[in-house]
Ligand binder design. Structure first.
Ligand code: 5RP
Length: 224
């Protein structure tokens, strides 16, 4: 039986093959964050001569890309949509809606995804769920708003826990929200985004993935 690490590596390799048609001398690739994205970076870097560079959704991914000799651009250095953004997820449902932010990078992930023409989500089969919400929903929050956001979340019937010892690349804390009713993930994303002090909610339901690539014991499934 393949380990989760092997499955992540297989989907990372498959993702590079999948996005090769988007490579070119001017192509800038959007790159996500996390252990699956790290493996994707390692594979992507083998083809660094075939594209111009990458925009990363975190300092961690930017550092890994640079270590491999891939040119890293800031998003504001690009003058057109990125052809593709590739990233992992903590959960993904059949509508390709996701929970992200286990690594606390979901604000920049949402920005780079929004700046891209397609979002290719790469996961191993443990991330596929029918209903989102078993994984707590991360909220990046402005520091002074932590107590009020916790109270507003409690009023929605859920429990927010401050992620201990963690600050995002933007200098903000994360609240992990457990117990949300997520039958309508789009509505819940809208509700959480509307709480004053929330920078970004880790639900990606309003703008789901374009494609999901799922590594299973039998091979990699692609669903668009
Ligand atoms: C980071 C993320 C990651 O994509 C998500 O946490 C999945 O990570 P991994 O590939 O390590 O399981 O959203 O903010």
């Amino acid at each position: 039986m393949k380990s989760q690490e092997q499955l992540k590596r297989e989907v990372a390799q498959a993702a590079v093959a999948y996005i090769r048609p988007f490579f070119g001398a001017d192509a800038v690739i959007g790159v996500g964050t996390g252990s699956t994205a790290d493996l994707f970076i390692d594979e992507l870097a083998k083809h660094k001569a075939e594209f111009a560079g990458a925009v990363a959704s975190s300092e961690r991914s930017a550092a890994r890309l640079r270590e491999h000799g891939v040119r890293v651009l800031d998003l504001d250095e690009t003058d057109r949509p990125l052809p593709v953004y590739v990233d992992g997820a903590d959960e993904i449902n059949p509508l390709l809606q996701m929970v992200k932010g286990g690594g606390g990078a979901h604000t920049r992930e949402k920005i780079v995804a929004a700046a891209s023409e397609r979002f290719v989500c790469i996961v191993d089969e443990t991330k596929c769920v029918d209903l989102l919400g078993r994984f707590a929903i991360p909220l990046e929050v402005i520091p002074m708003a932590v107590p009020i956001v916790m109270r507003k979340v409690a009023a929605l019937g859920a429990i927010a826990t401050l992620r201990a010892g963690f600050t995002t690349d933007n200098g903000n804390p994360i609240l992990d929200v457990a117990g949300m009713q997520l039958a309508d993930a789009r509505e819940m994303e809208t509700t959480m985004n509307a709480i004053a002090g929330v920078v970004t909610c880790g639900l990606f339901a309003l703008e789901p993935a374009t494609v999901v690539m799922v590594a299973r014991q039998e091979g990699v499934d692609i669903r668009e």
